[in-house]
Design a protein around this ligand. Structure first.
Ligand SMILES: O=C(CO)[C@H](O)[C@H](O)COP(=O)(O)O
Length: 146
């Protein structure tokens, strides 16, 4: 199975479980396609999920991801995590897309949380965020160049 891994702290919980199932042999022959090296790549490597890319695996059987808001009609807004372009590239190769949501993302209407507010990183977050953004762009270029 080719698994697309969205960039999300919530979907990262699924990674831990996938890692456990691989280790005890319940899951086999799984490779993953990353949507960010800097976040999900490290987490996937840490739990032993083999990594691949769209060059060798152009069809993704299943991707998991999260969202920033979900309304009562299940419309979603994504992208606050900073990897939405890579996620769209991987999701474009998808057969199935599963969104893992906890209740903190439920809103009465899209835009009801502070998503629309101007986002200002704290000064201390600046350097790590720009490094993360750069790494994400590199991973994305690698995906798109395939
Ligand atoms: O859209 C995303 C990344 O582009 C994320 O899925 C979204 O920001 C939610 O992330 P988290 O699970 O960490 O709250």
């Amino acid at each position: 199975m080719v698994l697309g891994l969205g960039t999300s702290s919530t979907a990262a919980h699924a990674l831990d479980r996938i890692g456990e199932l691989l280790h005890c042999g319940i899951l086999r022959d799984v490779v993953s396609i990353l949507t960010s090296e800097w976040a999900v790549g490290r987490a996937a490597a840490a739990v032993g999920i083999p990594l691949a890319d769209l060059n060798t695996h152009p069809v993704v059987n299943l991707s998991n991801d999260n969202t920033d808001e979900v309304d009562p009609a299940l419309n979603l807004v994504k992208g606050q995590g900073g990897s939405v372009l890579c996620e769209k590239v991987v999701e474009g190769a998808n057969r199935r897309f599963v969104v893992i949501v906890d209740k903190s993302k439920f809103v009465s209407r899209l835009g009801a949380s502070d998503l629309g507010s101007p986002w200002r990183p704290s000064p201390s977050a600046g350097s790590s965020l720009s490094a993360a953004s750069e790494a994400s762009s590199m991973a994305c270029r690698a995906l798109i160049s395939s």
